[in-house]
Structure formats: structure tokens, C-alpha cells
Design a protein around this ligand. Structure first.
Ligand SMILES: Cc1cc2nc3c(=O)[nH]c(=O)nc-3n(C[C@H](O)[C@H](O)[C@H](O)COP(=O)(O)OP(=O)(O)OC[C@H]3O[C@@H](n4cnc5c(N)ncnc54)[C@H](O)[C@@H]3O)c2cc1C
Length: 410
């Protein structure tokens, strides 16, 4: 093994959270290898899948500090308002709708919508441009062996890397976690999300809508131009039938739910199905390794928090590792990694279970539950202080946030 195969940090997974962490660490002087199983740039293709993210302001701040935001800013749609409605799309404002708007966050946007392919491409460009990062694409991590001094990682191309710490950013079915014996818990929702982009005749004015319906929520999320991304969650059997329909018939089923508030709608991307499951790792660390993003917690996309949660992990882990490095500590030591776990595990699990509860509460036609949740939404709407607290929380403006999420360098 040559000098070229030693790194401070080895990241398994070059999706979104892996690259974000690599860039944060490289910016603070650590050497990083990123290994990704996908062929180079496969996700940059518009036909790969239809994902788009509702980025919280805190996530956007992190992207700014690690240098990625300028490359995506023009492709990001500012979110001016988020409206949650109980009932059916297209019926106009629900009686007890819940509304968050930018005036309550000092006039700035409440977040940004950004398509996966743009964010992914910007990360790939930044990885390639960084002299401290070695990107190894189209190659899988097959195994890992931890020792007192470091961790060695065997790749599918026969190469062996050694580092002080291995990061599992390898998604919901994390092999890094499984090989380390980390147990997971979770369940399926019996729901599948139908995801696609639409074009519409009328402007969306940067307003996102979440319609809670008995069979699952429908999110209408504004993209740049007269386009939006929909995440239409339905019971598995309904979703299978809808996915099998030709495009025009699919639109015919969507229109009554979507309503006509944006004028005529047309498909602007291929359609994708995304089975919804919850998967939580019981531990976020093991000897010489730590998990971030979906590898630690794959959540229901009901509140668009999946990537935001992952970027909070990235901010916390980068801060812990860089501080330890500057103090001359071994960055893969158990007590260093434990600091990260203490910081993040409770928050992520609470958020994941919270989203789970919201989904169960709203994917339901029980009249008592409906009355209770309508009252809850009405109360939050009626109390500006409470609403502002909800919003500041979603924007990441609360005490104890990692520095990167506050827009501060490490
Ligand atoms: C179709 C779809 C739609 C989605 N829609 C939304 C949405 O609307 N809103 C939202 O918030 N979230 C959505 N999500 C979830 C969101 O995409 C994830 O939260 C986010 O991508 C997590 O990023 P990550 O970097 O942790 O994992 P991933 O993006 O899953 O990346 C993991 C990477 O690890 C790599 N990998 C796996 N195993 C290995 C190995 N052994 N060796 C090397 N590399 C490996 C994979 O190739 C992959 O590139 C969606 C997900 C999917 C699949």
C-alpha cells in the first residue's frame, strides 16, 4: 500500500451527505477519499429520478460555507410561503389551514427548492476541484477492519485504503453499518410516493402546499419557472395502479386532487415511484466509524426534512472532527466519535418519529382525529409566537446548532 492510499477520513458514499462532509473536512485541511458505487455522475442526468429538496435556511447556510451554494443558487427556487391544508387539493384554503410565510423570518425566504441533479452535479464538480479530496467512483466498499490505530477499507477494484476514521454515508441500506453490527429498526408505511415535475400555466409565487389526505399527503413544491415538483403519497396498491397508467390518464387522476389554482398542468419529467419506509440505526458510531444521512436515519418525506437532517449530521460531525484534529486528538478515537453521537442521535430520532406520527395522524379519515388535528393546526395558526417558533426551528435558527448551519466557518 502506497502513501496515496492513506487518508485522514474515508467516506463510503458519494450521494449528497458524503460529498458535503468531504468538502467541509477538506476545507479545514484534512485529506479525504470519497468512494461511490455509482458510475461517475450518473445522478446528474435529468432522467435519473425526479427528486427535489426543500432546503431549510440552515442547510443553505452550510452549502454557502462549504462553497457549493454559488453553483446552485440560480437553480434554486426561493420558498416564500408554506401552506398546509387538511383535506383535498383544489378545494381552496382549508378551514383550518396552517400557513408559514417569509414575513415571519425577517422577510427572507423560508427555504429553497432544489433539484437533486443540480445539487449532486455541483458536489461532484467541487469534489473534482478540491486538491485534498480523492474521488473514487464506480467502486464499492466491500469490507472494513478497525484497529487501535486506524481502519482499513477494501474496495471492489482491489484497492485497499487506510484512514483514521470511516464515514458511512452509504444510504438507507448502509453496508458500513451492517458490517459493523449496528442494528436498525424501522417499518414500511404501506405508502409509495409518486414523484414527478409538472409545468403549469400560472405562476406559483414561491408557495409550497402540503395537502393532507386520508390516503397520504400530496406535496406541491415550486421549482424555478412555471414548474413544480409533486410528491404524491398513496397507499401501495393505489400507487401501483397510478404508476402503471399512461401519462395522460395519470394526469387525469391527479387533476381533481391538485385543483386548478395553477391553471392547466403538464408533465415535465419522467415519473418515479418511491416506497416509503422508516429506517433508524440504533447507534451512529462504532469503533473508528460514524454514520451520516440516510445511513443513520431514512425518514418519511412528509416534511421534506430528509436531506436537512443529514446536513445537520454533516455540520455536527465536521465540527467534532475538525476540533479534535486541531487539538491534536486522534479523530477516530471512541470519545471523539461519541461526542458526535451525543449531539445528533436524539435530535434525528425525535424528528423521524415526529414525522412518522404526523403521517399517521393525517393519513386517516377518523372524524375524531380529523377534528383534533384541525384544532391543532388552527391553534398554531392563531398564535403567531408559536408559529414563529415552528418556523425558526425549521430554518435551523435555534441554539446549539453546528457552526456550519449558522453560516460560520469551522
Ligand atoms: C426516488 C427518491 C426520491 C426522494 N425524494 C425525496 C424528497 O422529495 N425529499 C427529501 O427530503 N428526500 C427525498 N428522498 C430522500 C433523499 O434523497 C435522501 O434523504 C438523500 O439522498 C440522502 O443522502 P445520502 O447522501 O445520505 O444518501 P444517498 O443519496 O442515498 O447516497 C448514498 C450513496 O452511497 C453509495 N453507496 C451505497 N453503498 C455503497 C458501497 N458499498 N460503497 C460505496 N458507495 C456506496 C450509493 O451509490 C449512493 O450514491 C428521495 C429518495 C429517493 C430515492
Amino acid at each position: 500500500m502506497g502513501q496515496d492510499d492513506f487518508f485522514d477520513v474515508i467516506v463510503a458514499g458519494g450521494g449528497l451527505n458524503g460529498p458535503a462532509l468531504a468538502l467541509a473536512l477538506a476545507g479545514a485541511g484534512l485529506s479525504v477519499a470519497v468512494v461511490d458505487a455509482q458510475p461517475p455522475r450518473s445522478r446528474a442526468d435529468a432522467g435519473f429520478d425526479g427528486r427535489a429538496y426543500a432546503l431549510a435556511i440552515a442547510s443553505q447556510k452550510l452549502l454557502s460555507v462549504i462553497g457549493t451554494w454559488p453553483a446552485v443558487a440560480e437553480r434554486a427556487q426561493p420558498l416564500r410561503e408554506v401552506r398546509a391544508h387538511d383535506g383535498h387539493a383544489g378545494e381552496g384554503a382549508a378551514m383550518f389551514g396552517l400557513q408559514f410565510d417569509s414575513a415571519e423570518l425577517d422577510g427572507g425566504p423560508v427555504g429553497y427548492m432544489l433539484e437533486d441533479r443540480h445539487l449532486y452535479s455541483a458536489f461532484q464538480d467541487a469534489l473534482d476541484a478540491s486538491p485534498s479530496i480523492t474521488m473514487i467512483a464506480g467502486t464499492s466498499v466491500l469490507s472494513q477492519t478497525a484497529s487501535a490505530s486506524g481502519i482499513s477499507v477494501m474496495l471492489s477494484n482491489g484497492r485497499e485504503l487506510t484512514g483514521r476514521v470511516l464515514i458511512g454515508a452509504d444510504g438507507r441500506r448502509s453496508g458500513v453499518a451492517e458490517r459493523a453490527g449496528i442494528k436498525r429498526r424501522g417499518w414500511g408505511y404501506g405508502q409509495t410516493a409518486l414523484v414527478c415535475a409538472l409545468e403549469h400555466d400560472l405562476p406559483h409565487d414561491g408557495i409550497a402546499h402540503q395537502f393532507f389526505m386520508p390516503t397520504g399527503p400530496l406535496a406541491i413544491l415550486p421549482l424555478t419557472g412555471n414548474r413544480c415538483s409533486i410528491v404524491w403519497s398513496e397507499k401501495d396498491s393505489n400507487a401501483r395502479a397510478l404508476a402503471a397508467l399512461p401519462d395522460e390518464d395519470f394526469l387525469g387522476m391527479l387533476r381533481p386532487r391538485f385543483g386548478d389554482f395553477l391553471g392547466e398542468i403538464r408533465l415535465a419529467s419522467p415519473r418515479f415511484s418511491y416506497p416509503l419506509t422508516l429506517t433508524l440505526a440504533e447507534e451512529y458510531v462504532a469503533p473508528r466509524l460514524a454514520l451520516v444521512g440516510d445511513a443513520a436515519h431514512g425518514v418519511h418525506p412528509i416534511a421534506g426534512q430528509g436531506l436537512n437532517l443529514g446536513l445537520r449530521d454533516v455540520g455536527a460531525l465536521a465540527e467534532v472532527l475538525v476540533e479534535a484534529h486541531r487539538r491534536g486528538e486522534d479523530i477516530g478515537a471512541a470519545d471523539v466519535l461519541e461526542r458526535y453521537q451525543r449531539w445528533r442521535r436524539f435530535d434525528s430520532t425525535a424528528m423521524a418519529l415526529g414525522m412518522d406520527a404526523v403521517n399517521k395522524l393525517f393519513s386517516n379519515n377518523n372524524p375524531l382525529l380529523r377534528a383534533g388535528r384541525d384544532l391543532g393546526m388552527g391553534l398554531v395558526q392563531a398564535l403567531p409566537g408559536l408559529r414563529r417558533r415552528f418556523m425558526r426551528e425549521a430554518a435551523g435558527m435555534r441554539a446549539g446548532q453546528p457552526r456550519l448551519l449558522q453560516g460560520r466557518a469551522l
